[in-house]
Design a protein. Structure first.
Lengths: 123, 111
């Protein structure tokens, strides 16, 4: 059973860069799945941030596209999120997730990490 | 990128049914049969309950069912149980330029 675990700092300075990593166990990031990041700001709903495929293909939420980079480190079996120029609006719990692959189409995130603690953007 | 529209809340007594709507546009829900539903208990990871409008992943009870008509998708929970009390989010594919969008979320309360 694939497992995902997010890690990263809980406090980020305004205008700085938020960096998170998702470690994958019980499966390989090199397999044919899309690996995503999703966040939830306090009192708000879920928001899809973006995704990466092992071939290097990436897709981003248009509203975040100018600030987001998602990358993959196959040697460490993990993928990462970098969000630049953060503001208080980026304060959220961040989740990593994996879809169902070729078994289904659309937003089919079947496997999720437990989520970070609240990542706070503050000085 | 606009979120899909869901009612903020829904409720029902144990054993009853509750239906949650999710309204989008012809560019997302109406354009593709790629609607999913997630159950989210606070502090836990979201759980996929329905994918491709009406399909259930292994292990999801058949009390959960999904449907779609035009630009609106729906999730019905039949035979409500206490553990069904959670937030529910729809999500849809929105095309190559606006790949995925979530709904605003609905809090389901079991009375």
């Amino acid at each position: 059973q694939v497992q995902l675990q997010e890690s990263g700092p809980r406090l980020v300075q305004p205008s700085g860069t938020l960096s998170l990593t998702c470690a994958v166990s019980g499966g390989s990031v090199s397999s044919h799945y899309w690996w995503s990041w999703v966040r939830q700001a306090p009192g708000k709903g879920l928001e899809w941030i973006g995704e990466v495929f092992h071939s290097g293909l990436k897709n981003y939420n248009p509203s975040l596209k100018n600030r987001v980079t998602i990358s993959m480190d196959k040697s460490k079996n993990q993928f990462s999120l970098r969000l630049a120029s953060v503001t208080a609006a980026d304060t959220a719990v961040y989740y990593c997730a994996r879809d169902m692959g070729v078994a289904a189409g659309g937003p089919t995130w079947e496997h999720w990490g437990q989520g970070t603690s609240l990542v706070t953007v503050s000085s | 990128q606009s979120a899909l529209t869901q009612p903020p809340s829904a409720s029902g007594s144990p054993g009853q049914s509750v239906t949650i709507s999710c309204t989008g546009t012809s560019s997302d829900i109406g354009g593709y049969d790629y609607v999913s539903w997630y159950q989210h208990h606070p502090g836990k990871a979201p759980k996929l309950m329905i994918f491709e409008v009406s399909k259930r992943p292994s292990g999801v009870p058949d009390r959960f069912s999904g449907s779609k008509s035009g630009n609106t998708a729906s999730l019905t929970v039949s035979g409500l149980q206490a553990e069904d009390e959670a937030d529910y989010y729809c999500s849809s594919y929105g095309g190559s330029n606006n790949r995925y969008v979530f709904g605003t979320g609905t809090k389901v309360t079991v009375l």
